[in-house]
Design a protein around this ligand. Sequence first.
Ligand code: ADP
Ligand code: MG
Length: 605
Amino acid sequence: MAALWLKLRAVPGWLWPLAAGAVLLVVPLLGMSYAITRQIELTLILALIVVGLNLSLGYAGELAMGQVAMYAAGAYTAGMVSKAGVTELWVQLLAGAAVALVVGLISGIPGLRLGSWSLAMTSFFLIILLPDVLSIFKAQTGGRNGLAGIQPPTMFGEPISGDTYYVILVVITILIFAMVRNLIVSRHGSALRVLKQSPVLASSMGISVFRAKLTAYAIGALPAGLAGVLFANLDLFISPEAFAFSFAMTILAASIFGGSASIYGAIVGAAVLQFGMNQSTNFQQFGLIIAGAFLLLGGVAFTGGLSGLMRALVRRADAAAHVKVGTVRPQPVPAEIGKLDGALLRTDQVSKAFGGNQALSEVSVEAKPGAVTAIIGPNGSGKTTLLNMISGFYRADSGTISIDSEAVQGLPAYKVARAGVSRTFQTPNVPEKLTVLEAVEAGRYAGTRASILASILRLPSFWRTHRVDRAEAERALALVGLTDQRDQMADSLPLGNRRLLEVARSLVAAPKVLLLDEVASGLDEDELDVLESLILRLRDAGMTVILVEHNFQLVLRMADEIYVLAQGAVMAHGTPAEIERNTRVMEEYLGVTADHNAHTGGGDE
Ligand code: ADP
Ligand code: MG
């Protein structure tokens, strides 16, 4: 049993869906009834819509309901173009996808600009509105009576037979799923997963939250538009009923039941819904209830849908058979650090109040390249707030922040990240559904570029970037000593490893300024050794390091310069020796961290 499982697991993952696609291609040769073929065709059409939704809902974390409208846009475009005399299917597919994309952008921009639940609301409104819009343009769309008289499609001028149409549909579905898969396993897919987990983390990595969500939503429009064209040419008749609210629910149910955060789950979910609905004699009456039932089942009985269930089973079988996933051991990477370009980071008289709480008042701090600048102070003294100001999460009430004398205050966080600021978080921010290696690799997003098109089509520029990204991620993992954990899921790591993972993720971005927020807390002694020597090596290589730290002894060992914050103001600043001589600081500071000193100090005086 275990041996068989090991063999199965050695097969590259993408071969399975490809094989399933090949089976679908030859299935009609087995002499299936027309009714079944049609069900498969409708399933594939539904699957195309669902996989587009999964990009938004499962990966970008936006409940977007507009897929029906994009689907309708594709279908009506095809119908109207056909009635105008253009029966060529490829032309219709291009036109349908383009119009769907426009609908996606128009409905996505306002919804995503406003943030939070707005996209769900605007897209919901869009589908409610759809029948009315179709009625307004009755002359073109046929209104509630539907659009009849669509001409049979042609390809290169030849009529397309029913069998050929089936093959075309399967091939298009395979191609689209391959492309979506390529997108999801690329850096853009990782970026979406990071974003779903934490917009704050995403922007600290140079990802524009708005752009990424809009891209996911708009790209999801393309398969929906294609599906619309394919649907219109299947029946040669379309009416608003096909795009009603209950169909929107069917799409949502198929997505959730199959597993929103999956690609192939879209096909399984679509098949279950399509064949399930077909069993019900009165679809119009019970459609919504059936969709609702599947929604509940998928959402409640097994989170993550069928694909989540599958993954859990695979993991269990892996554990039973002792499969080491990703058994290709990495080459030992020489964890050398070449010369780094740090930058001079300066805050000048920066103030910030939260309501009546003056978190920072006129804080001026300077961090030089090739030096560790420590920021210490009691809890609530404003250390994290200062890092958040530098990162661009908050806007300063007054004062300036500059990197190599370029002003960065007021820039959105993702632009500050792109200007060379990388950071870790006081509470480690580790994305779900990414391996340790992928999570670190995602940190490369701001630095290098690989277009979405290049990623989807696997163009040479994608591979070039991918190779460099992977090598850099491996190197960073080696630097923090996490090479052995590279294939584990990132969110399964214990606290100390999470902190080191964050450091590695910050490093791969090749930052000029590294902000570390309480990075040593929760580390065991070995981890602390690794971290300490790493920070010193980074400093010696020329990086600008800002260290917010509780452990006073660690700060004394590592810092070149120390700023002491108290109640949002700099109360002292100097070298470790100067700070140690400053009795006022020592008293205040030791008052807060007496426990630290209790077991680390006391030997020398
Ligand atoms: P430290 O990191 O030094 O422990 P913080 O920077 O987290 O301190 O907090 C400084 C002060 O600012 C605290 O009084 C905290 O309650 C307040 N503060 C920080 N962030 C926010 C926020 N987003 N909204 C309101 N108050 C905040
Ligand atoms: Mg803090």
